[in-house]
Design a binder for this molecule. Sequence first.
Ligand SMILES: NC(=O)c1ccc[n+]([C@@H]2O[C@H](COP(=O)([O-])OP(=O)(O)OC[C@H]3O[C@@H](n4cnc5c(N)ncnc54)[C@H](OP(=O)(O)O)[C@@H]3O)[C@@H](O)[C@H]2O)c1
Length: 331
Amino acid sequence: MQKFNWGVIGPGNIANTFAKAIAASTKGKILAVASRSKERAAEFAKTYDIEKTYSDYEQMLADPDIDIIYIATPHNFHYQQAKMCLEAGKHVLVEKPSTVNAEQMQTLVELAQSKKLLLQEALWSRFMPSLSQLRQLLNEGIIGDIQYIQSEIGFAFQNRDKSRMVKAELAGGSLLDLGIYSITVSQFFLQEHPDTVSAMGQLTEQQVDGHVLANMHYPSGRFAQFTCSMLAQTSNTMRIVGTEGYVNLPACFWDTDKAEVFCDDKLIQTIDIPHPINGFEYQIEQSMLCIEQNKLCSDLMSHHDSVEVLRVMDTIRKKIGVQFPQEIEAL
Ligand SMILES: NC(=O)c1ccc[n+]([C@@H]2O[C@H](COP(=O)([O-])OP(=O)(O)OC[C@H]3O[C@@H](n4cnc5c(N)ncnc54)[C@H](OP(=O)(O)O)[C@@H]3O)[C@@H](O)[C@H]2O)c1
């Protein structure tokens, strides 16, 4: 069996979830961690028994023993860091959103293609077997023909002033952090991309989106509608509505191992596939499998889907007037 040595860039909040998940892998391990802070790298390495630490990201990329990098920094850094990793010949699993806008992701996709390296957006929901099983049932018509999908996702973050979410220079706001799940999970079930998008939003004093309310129309005639917020505590549920019934995805729908299918208001089927660890293990194993199979991304979260979801978010931001500083939107 091929073994994979991972490097982690940015040992902050979510890197801990990643490290817990990969600890159970028989194929992969974290060999090195890089942080701007030597102390932070050392502490993370101690917690997860990691052999090498770097206080400079580029130095870690020069390490020939590392195969693949997990990028776990705020959104605005993803483009430049993923580019740097690919140019250094490393495969990449990059946190969501893969970049700040569609043009940046398209540029990375071309680079990954020219280098024949994995470039995978870490949109963990898309790799969950519960959602794949549900998609299969929907394709078989368990609720008839899907008509629309509704979801809401939100947490009241407003008191966390230092949070990366409130800062435009870190590509903050509810849409790129949270609304992305509604767009990408809806797209996973509908298997098409919107042709029309309308949106309203409320901006914070820092000029990022506090709430977004968006409607998407798809070429097949179906709709998806969502609300995302970093100012309100929402139900964090999704409902898929068809001609013969509906499916409820409970909170938190983007991390769900469960789904309930109703027809004639009666529960007719339940999906329940508990995560072995924390739900991150699926995207980690898929990334390694793709490399083994010489694939540049997983079919579960393709480059095309990453780019198109970003395109929807570009459109929504334009409609509600969220502009990030030019330096983080640029190529
Ligand atoms: N899949 C999920 O469920 C999930 C959940 C939460 C977040 N995320 C995603 O994960 C990514 C990171 O989120 P997080 O909450 O883990 O971030 P975080 O803890 O705020 O930061 C992670 C790392 O990014 C670097 N960083 C943070 N702020 C920075 C700044 N102002 N300038 C330069 N570097 C900075 C730091 O790296 P150094 O240690 O090198 O300084 C830090 O350790 C985001 O893309 C987010 O959307 C995903």
